[in-house]
Design a protein around this ligand. Structure first.
Ligand SMILES: [Zn+2]
Length: 207
C-alpha cells in the first residue's frame, strides 16, 4: 500500500480509487485491479459519533466539502452532513462508493479459471480424440464384420456347390447302376437266345 496516503489519520479513499483507476488503465485486464484487497481498503465511515468516537459504519459515499475536505461516510452521516451543510450554508457533494457486490476476479482466480478452462479444453480434446478413435475402431470392426459375412456367404455357397456336386455324383451312380442292370438283363437275354439257337440248329445239322 505504498501509494495510500492518510490525511489526518483518515484513509483517503479517493487516492486509493484514483490509484486503482490508473492501474486499471495501464493494466491489460481491468478486473485485475483488486488483488486480495488489504483490510484497510474496505471503506468505513470516517465521521465521528456524538460522543466523539469513530462511527465505523460501512462507508457508502465519498463526500466532498466545497473547501476541499473529502472522506468516506455512512448513510446516517450523509444525512447529518447535509443538515450541517444547510446550517452553515456550504456545499457538500457525494459520490457513491463502489459497493462490494460481486467480487471482481482476482489474478489468482483468473489464473485458476484459465487453468480450469485449459484443463477442460484439454479434456474436450481428449474426449474428441477418444470419440474419433472409437469411430475408427467401429469402422474397422464394421469392415471386418462385413468381410466375415462375405466369407461366410462364400463358404455357404461353396458348401451348397459341394452338396450339389455330391447329389449329381449320386444321381450319376444310380443312373449307371440302372444302366448296368439293363445291360445285364440284355446280356442274359442274348445268352438265352444264343443257347436256344444253338439247340435248334445242332440237331438239323446232325440230321
Ligand atoms: Zn457514519
Amino acid at each position: 500500500m505504498g501509494g495510500t496516503r492518510y490525511m489526518g489519520g483518515r484513509l483517503c479513499i479517493l487516492d486509493v480509487l484514483q490509484r486503482k483507476e490508473t492501474e486499471a488503465m495501464t493494466s491489460p485486464a481491468p478486473t485485475d485491479v483488486i488483488d486480495n484487497p488489504p483490510p484497510e481498503v474496505v471503506p468505513v465511515c470516517d465521521r465521528a459519533k456524538a460522543d466523539g468516537t469513530p462511527c465505523g459504519e460501512p462507508g457508502v459515499f465519498t463526500y466532498f466539502w466545497e473547501w476541499g475536505e473529502k472522506g468516506t461516510c455512512c448513510v446516517q452521516h450523509q444525512f447529518l452532513q447535509n443538515q450541517i451543510a444547510a446550517q452553515i450554508g456550504r456545499g457538500v457533494q457525494y459520490a457513491p462508493l463502489v459497493m462490494p457486490g460481486p467480487a471482481p476476479i482476482t489474478r489468482d482466480e483468473r489464473t485458476r479459471l484459465k487453468g480450469e478452462v485449459y484443463a477442460l479444453e484439454e479434456e474436450l480434446k481428449d474426449v474428441q480424440q477418444r470419440g474419433l478413435e472409437m469411430y475408427r475402431e467401429n469402422a474397422t470392426l464394421a469392415r471386418q464384420a462385413q468381410a466375415a459375412t462375405v466369407r461366410g456367404r462364400e463358404t455357404e455357397l461353396q458348401l451348397k456347390d459341394a452338396l450339389a456336386d455330391l447329389e449329381r455324383a449320386k444321381a450319376d451312380l444310380e443312373a449307371r447302376d440302372a444302366e448296368h442292370g439293363v445291360l445285364v438283363e440284355e446280356l442274359e437275354r442274348l445268352r438265352t437266345l444264343a443257347a436256344f439257337m444253338e439247340n435248334e440248329t445242332e440237331p438239323s445239322r446232325v440230321d
